[in-house]
Design a protein around this ligand. Structure first.
Ligand SMILES: [Mg+2]
Length: 413
C-alpha cells in the first residue's frame, strides 16, 4: 500500500514571450500560460503529478476540498481514487485532471511507463507522429511563413483555424493553404464552435447550413478533418453533417464525462473523437474511449492544448491507444512556443526531424518537473498532510467527532 501523505497545489503562471491570441477566445490577448499543478506524495516516497489548465487562480480553495477525499487513500488503488475524484466533483470543481497523477504513481510503483499500464501490454511505443496545431486565425499571407517553418521542422500535417463573419475568408484560407502545400500535406481545420467563448470580440455562431457549406469546400480540398464546426452537444446536427459531407468530422475536446462521449457515439456525432484527459475522465476514460472507437470503426486522437504536463498526460493515452492519427502538437510562435508551453519541465517537448515526439519510457508519465523553474513560475498555494487535516477537523468538529471520522475512514482504506 502507498498511502497519500501529502497534497500540494501550485498556481503555475508562465509569462509568454509574446501575447498569444487564441482562436477560441476571439480578441483576447493571452499573456500567460496558467495552470494548476498538483503533486501527491505517498508514505513510501512515491510522487505523482498532474496539471489542469487554469484561466487564473480559480482553484484557490480546491485543496480544502480535496484533502478529506484523498489524504490517506491508497494511491495504487486507481479505481478508488477515481471514485473519490468523482465525488469531490459533485461538490466542487471538475477534477478529472487530477486522475493522471495516480497513473504516474502506479507506473513508478511498478517500474513501468503509464502508457504500458493503460495498454495492458509490454509492447514499447517509442514515438508518436504529431501534427502542428495552430492556435490563431491568420490570413493566408501571415500563415505562409509558418507553413514553411513547420515543413522544415518535419511536420507532415497542420491544423488551421477559421471562423470569420465572412465565410468566404474561411474558404480562402483553406484554398490558398492547400494550393501552397500541395496535395500530399495533411490539412485539418478547427472551427472552434464547440464551446465558443466570445469574451472580448464577437464571433459567429455557426449553424448546420453554414457548417454544410463549409464542409462542401473541405470535401473539394481533401481536408483531413473538420473539428467542432457546431456546438459540441448538437449531436443531431453533427450526425446530419456526417451524412452529407465526406470529410471526417471531429470533436469532443471539452467533454467532461464518459457519459457525454457515450452519447456522442450513440448519436453518431463524430468520425474522430478528441477527448482530453485533463477534462474528461482522466487516462482511464481516455483509453476506454479509444477502445470503443476501435470497436465502432471510429478514430481517436486526443486534444492536448493545455501545457507541457497536459501534453504528456494525453501522450500516454495516445501511445496506449494504437491510434495512427497524428497527435496535436500545440505550436504557434511567437506567442505559443515549446519554451513557454513547457516552462516547468526540465526540457521542452521537442519534435524529432521525422515529425514525431518521443514517448517517455521512464516509470510513470515521464513528467520531469524542473524545481527551479517551478519556484520561478509557480506559487504553492496549498499543502495538506494528515496532521494538518486532523487539526482542522478537530477545530471544526471537535475531538470526539474527529476521532470518530478518522476511525471510520481508516477502516475503509
Ligand atoms: Mg479544437
Amino acid at each position: 500500500m502507498s498511502r497519500i501523505e501529502r497534497v500540494e497545489l501550485f498556481h503555475v503562471n508562465i509569462k509568454l514571450s509574446e501575447p498569444f491570441f487564441p482562436s477560441w477566445i476571439p480578441g483576447y490577448p493571452q499573456t500567460h500560460n496558467r495552470s494548476t499543478l498538483i503533486r501527491f506524495t505517498t508514505d513510501d516516497g512515491l510522487v505523482g503529478v498532474s496539471s489542469g489548465a487554469a484561466f487564473t487562480t480559480e482553484r484557490e480553495g480546491l485543496g480544502e476540498l480535496l484533502g478529506g477525499f484523498l489524504l490517506g487513500a491508497n494511491a495504487l488503488d486507481v479505481a478508488t481514487v477515481r471514485q473519490r475524484i468523482k465525488e469531490a466533483g459533485y461538490l466542487g470543481w471538475r477534477n478529472w485532471w487530477i486522475e493522471p497523477a495516480f497513473w504516474d504513481i502506479r507506473g513508478k510503483a511498478e517500474g513501468k511507463p503509464a502508457y504500458k499500464l493503460l495498454a495492458g501490454s509490454d509492447e514499447t511505443v517509442e514515438k508518436v507522429k504529431c501534427y502542428a496545431s495552430t492556435g490563431e486565425i491568420r490570413p493566408f499571407e501571415k500563415r505562409k511563413p509558418y507553413l514553411d517553418e513547420i515543413q522544415k521542422m518535419g511536420f507532415r500535417h497542420v491544423k488551421l483555424r477559421v471562423h470569420d463573419f465572412d465565410e468566404e475568408k474561411d474558404f480562402e484560407i483553406l484554398r490558398k493553404a492547400r494550393e501552397y502545400v500541395g496535395p500530399d500535406f495533411g490539412i485539418a481545420v478547427d472551427c472552434n464552435q464547440g464551446w465558443r467563448v466570445a469574451l472580448v470580440d464577437d464571433a459567429p455562431l455557426w449553424d448546420l447550413p453554414r457548417a454544410l457549406r463549409f464542409g462542401k469546400v473541405c470535401d473539394e480540398l481533401n481536408i483531413a478533418w473538420i473539428e467542432e464546426p457546431l456546438d459540441m452537444h448538437n449531436f443531431p446536427a453533427y450526425a446530419e453533417l456526417r451524412r452529407q459531407i465526406k470529410t471526417p468530422i471531429a470533436g469532443g475536446e471539452l467533454f467532461t464525462s464518459r457519459q457525454e462521449m457515450q452519447a456522442a457515439m450513440d448519436n453518431e456525432a463524430f468520425d474522430i473523437f478528441q477527448p482530453d484527459c485533463c477534462f474528461a475522465g482522466g487516462l482511464e476514460d481516455g483509453i476506454w474511449l479509444a477502445r470503443e472507437c476501435a470497436k465502432r470503426d471510429l478514430t481517436f486522437t486526443p486534444h492536448t492544448w493545455t501545457n507541457g504536463v497536459g501534453f504528456l498526460m494525453n501522450l500516454a493515452v495516445k501511445a496506449a491507444s494504437g491510434s495512427t492519427l497524428p497527435l496535436e502538437y500545440p505550436y504557434e510562435p511567437p506567442g505559443w512556443t515549446p519554451e513557454g508551453r513547457d516552462a516547468i519541465l526540465r526540457e521542452p517537448i521537442r519534435l524529432n526531424p521525422d515529425g514525431t515526439v518521443n514517448v517517455p519510457q521512464a516509470p510513470g508519465l515521464g513528467i520531469d518537473i524542473d524545481e527551479v523553474a517551478l519556484r520561478r513560475h509557480a506559487k504553492r498555494f496549498h499543502k495538506m498532510t494528515p496532521a494538518r487535516l486532523a487539526i482542522r477537523t478537530i477545530r471544526e468538529k471537535g475531538l470526539k467527532a474527529a476521532l470518530e471520522i478518522k476511525k471510520k475512514k481508516d477502516s475503509r482504506v
